[in-house]
Design a protein around this ligand. Sequence first.
Ligand code: DOR
Length: 453
Amino acid sequence: MTDRPALLIRNARILLPDGDFLQGDVLIEGDQIRQVAPEISPDPIGPIAREIDATGLTLLPGAIDPQVHFREPGLEHKEDLRTASHACAKGGVTSFLEMPNTKPLTTTQATLQDKLDRAASKCVVNYGFFIGATADRLPDLITANPVCGIKIFMGSMHGPLLVDEEPILDQIFAMGQQPGQTGYGRLIAVHAENQDRIRQRREQFAGITDPAIHSQIQDNQAALEATQLALKLARKHRRRLHILHMSTGDEANLMRQGKPEWVTCEVTPQHLLLDVSAYETIGTFAQMNPPLRSPEDCAILWQALLDGVIDFIATDHAPHTLEEKAQPYPNSPSGMPGVQTSLPLMLTQAAAGRCTVAQVARWMSTNVAKGFGIPNKGAIAPGWDADLVLVDLDNYRPVLREEMLSKCGWSPFEGWNLTGWPVYTIVGGQVAYENGEVNESVRGRALRFEPTV
Ligand code: DOR
């Protein structure tokens, strides 16, 4: 609790932790939720800094995006922590977990601290960072702090961040396994694609410039083989494992056959909502790693998400400039932006009856907080952090390039008519976004992470 005068949200449709909705008020004091009730009388509360009339709006826990690439330091011509955090606020994302493939790579305490300092000075939402695995710096993986997890690129990477040899992977999975050991319970997150298979297929299909070949080169089998290996190592060491951006029906079926309780996996909106036909409409802008798949893969992934086989949603926000993406394949880089559109994309699916609003909140907030051991986030209840988003579920608006706040300035979903756009985004009790405007003076905080075993 702080001296900051209270914020009162009036007459919202509030998503409660049990999945039901309450029409009512939420009182926020400092950075926490103080009270949730059908009607809160201001009398005993003391000074109210502000009331928000939320009539017609739905209040959800702010989204936590567990996989983003925000490019700072070193690649700021694509994105930086300021622009990316503004896109987050506008998209209802109140916390993000960022990947280590920046320049320099985030592989040491010093490079991690540099990112934390940068984020503290410019991010309007909360932040956490992965430490990147390299074969030559294994001890840093468990001593660096605070980190949300160890990121391993098993494929789709070049340079030191590629760790594709089983003996090294085995060593990493064996680290920090005993209670009391440094780094105990630290999560390992893998980008699971088999680099050997990708290498061979790149040679086999060399010279083809149709971007659709990308999904053939980095095919389902390449993803499945790496996921099988990661799962094998997680079982052997009983090691907390998270499979990033699972893209194939084959992997989802593998998880369905028996996923240990210490393993989680995620899917991106792109892999749920776009398939290989996107190459015909947006060409290289549809190129990402792992690649888009068939409509059958999308359907199996959807079902796995609905059935709880897939635990949560991440965007893999990976911005590249329009000029970079417009290069012919294979010179075009892989990746698409996503933080500004992920929540409305999923809420539009809920409006269409494919899932419920409560499921979307679970996949994009509650389950992420649980999976990464982020305390006090992901629910609207007294004592929880006031990271919240008020969305309008009754108003459809198209995704417009000119409204994108990511520095890259485009979206693969341009022209899609979406509902569930954020009207207010609240970060630690502060209004970070409101009716089209980001409040640049708001600052998020460094996330804390508890052991996730
Ligand atoms: O498409 C992708 N782009 N996938 C990744 O995993 C990395 C990302 C990037 O950093 O551009």
